[in-house]
Write a protein of this length. Structure first.
Length: 262
């Protein structure tokens, strides 16, 4: 029996499972990009892989890509686009009679499968269509920035994100904040000899959490999440350094919020 993923008529459910079996948390999108590029080329698409740089904070130096597919020498009227990376940790796919589960099923590998199936159906009807799948969306949108440097053009673009099956006409922006504090190390039995970087950071984060954030009608409020805190050496050592990473999802200009955080 032929593989339903690679059969003439694409099975988006089985294709979703195949994509979710490839670990692609942010910075590790190379393997899923290779898989998509080979898969689309094998189905007659003209495929381009565009390198996306790894940031200094990445723990891997492995290559990663954006994957674009269309018809050679043709500017599409419609492009479907979404991202290949997922948030950590990786969770392998499982399924029951009704649902698929696992990292990327909703955000956004199931969307990739639905978009490829839709693009192939439209291409078969003679429409000019393309697909663009990017790296890095969950952290710094590095893939989108790389794609903007070499735009293919289109009349319409449909961006895939989980929206409870509702059409969305707006998207929140993102302001990423890194807070670092320094102090002086000492044994906790002699606190007067030290200066805790962790205490300073906690006090600063309390002020950040108390900041008023803008809201926008029909879009909702801005939201703030302290996603990571690192610092110190041991419970009995006064910390000489600490760091926190904050993500603010914005519904308005970032300037006032940035100024308030600073």
């Amino acid at each position: 029996m032929s593989d339903p993923v690679f059969a003439d008529a694409l099975d988006p459910v089985r294709f979703t499972v195949a994509l979710c079996q490839i670990e692609s948390t942010t910075y590790n999108e190379g393997a899923v990009g290779d898989f998509l590029a080979d898969f689309l080329a094998g189905r007659g698409w003209a495929v381009e892989k565009t390198p996306v740089e790894q940031p200094s904070e990445s723990a891997t130096g492995s290559p990663r890509w954006n994957v674009y597919a269309g018809s050679a020498g043709e500017t599409p009227d419609l492009v479907f686009s979404t991202h290949m990376d997922t948030v950590p940790p990786y969770i392998p796919p499982t399924e029951d009679e009704d649902f698929l589960y696992g990292r990327g099923v909703s955000d956004a590998k199931g969307i990739i499968a639905a978009q490829v199936a839709a693009a192939e159906a439209l291409r078969a009807q003679g429409f000019r269509v393309g697909v663009l799948f990017v790296s890095g969306e969950e952290r710094d949108s590095a893939g989108a920035k790389a794609a903007n440097l070499n735009p293919k053009g289109s009349r319409f673009l449909i961006n895939g994100e989980p929206t409870d099956n509702r059409l969305a006409l707006a998207s929140k922006g993102a302001l990423r904040v890194v807070l670092k504090s320094t102090g002086k190390m000492a044994h906790s039995a002699y606190p007067e000899l030290g200066d805790s970087a962790v205490h300073k950071l906690v006090e600063a984060l309390a002020k950040v959490l108390a900041l008023p954030l803008p809201s926008l009608e029909d879009v909702g409020p801005s939201t703030l999440n302290i996603g990571q805190i690192h610092g110190g050496h041991a419970p009995n050592v006064i910390a000489d350094k600490a760091e926190a990473q904050v993500l603010i999802r914005l519904v308005s200009d970032s300037g006032p919020v940035r100024a308030a955080v600073i």
